[in-house]
Design a binder for this molecule. Sequence first.
Ligand SMILES: Nc1ncnc2c1ncn2[C@@H]1O[C@H](COP(=O)(O)OP(=O)(O)OP(=O)(O)O)[C@@H](O)[C@H]1O
Length: 471
Amino acid sequence: MSPPNPAVEADLPNVTISVLIVDDDEAHAHAVAESLDRVGCECSIARSGNEGIEKIEAENFDIVITDLKMEDVDGLMILRKAKEELPEAEVIVLTGHSSIHSAVTAMQGGAYTYLTKPLDIQELRTAVEKAASRIRLIRRNAALASRLDERFGFEGVIGNSPAMLRVIDQLRALAPTEASVLILGESGTGKELAARALHQNSPRKNKPFVPLNISALPESILESELFGHEQGAFTGAATKRIGKFEYANGGTLFLDEVGEMPMETQIKLLRVLEDRKITRLGSNDEKTINVRLVAATNADLKAAMEKGTFRRDLYYRLSVVSISLPPLRDRRADIPLLVDHFIKEFSQRYGREVQGLSRAARQALMSYEWPGNIRQLRNVVEGMIALDTDGLLDVDDLPDEIRPFAAAGVEGQPPGANGSDFLIGRPMEEVEKYYITQALSLTGGKREEAASLLGIGERTLYRKIKEFGLN
Ligand SMILES: Nc1ncnc2c1ncn2[C@@H]1O[C@H](COP(=O)(O)OP(=O)(O)OP(=O)(O)O)[C@@H](O)[C@H]1O
């Protein structure tokens, strides 16, 4: 298990446990409340079964302590109600010796435990403390998970465009499986990041994730990198070397730019994937390996197969499942989230106080084509923060190739107007029309993306487009 991240843990909620005590013996209820108040619980009392039901319906409690025998509504009914209305709450029932049978029924109905009267206060506190630590654990885990998701999407893969939400769903579903995954996408779209996310959420996560970029390697070295070699296997092999497959044993091997692999190596790779065995160059000994393969490419592998430069059998082996990462220009709805994420990252790294990004600069980042995709966006934000002197990232901080997009202006906007200020005081319909036109233009007319950018449903957007006669 990875160690807890103190930065994430630090601001998790400190959980106070709220307790409802339902007992028609008022003096007894107060005695219970007093003993629990002392151990930091926040207690509320209901003096009858009916009052208990009302409180359960209206408020939230972590623990419900109820007497079994009451005049109006009995404790089993309280238990049932609590399970319906407060499914995460724990219920402790209090019972006299004569009604042990009902206590057993209560346990079968989902009660956390039962205590017999007269109450032993220490026994009560122990039971409450045990239930409370379970609740605290659930809360902290939920808070941690949502904090992590809020910050990183899925293991660092950030995105809220419909296309990226689909990718994140696919990553979540595939991560725990053993399936080979082929990740497709232009350079800088996050293929390696996605591969790491698959590994990090798999049962292999405590074993190595080993990346290898095939295009960066001369053909002569590639096979020795993959499979390793023995001393003297070829000229220059002065010492024995372990290959990436062996390094990755038990974990995940990520082969980037797999489309660049020479035919000879493709044949060997296919054999390794089929036999799950490797042989170091210059050796006769086979070694069994257990590696999950994730491959990536920005090349058109289908065209390469047609041309005969990529083996069909290897393609099918690698692409048991494939995930496509769209270029950033086709998912502009992700840009604001990514920009904010990178501002946070780099302002921390450079120790800068950044108040924000001007509207014009944001507009430019939204309109630019991003040929280098997210890698380029990240570099641009880093450069802006490194160069900024006044704490506001503005058009003058943008690189030369992006600055002109700030002045691109918006159709229908009067000359000289600052951003959308000219809309102040205009009728709501005009404002809506302006923003819908903006979103459609930024997303190249893609309605699903535009709706996500605007934070409205696709059907609502469709209706508004018709209503305003927009095309
Ligand atoms: N969805 C995302 N959320 C946050 N950061 C991202 C996202 N996608 C990519 N990045 C960041 O962008 C940079 C480039 O990503 P990565 O190296 O994974 O791209 P790639 O597709 O593998 O590129 P190449 O094909 O050139 O190897 C990295 O710094 C990565 O952390």
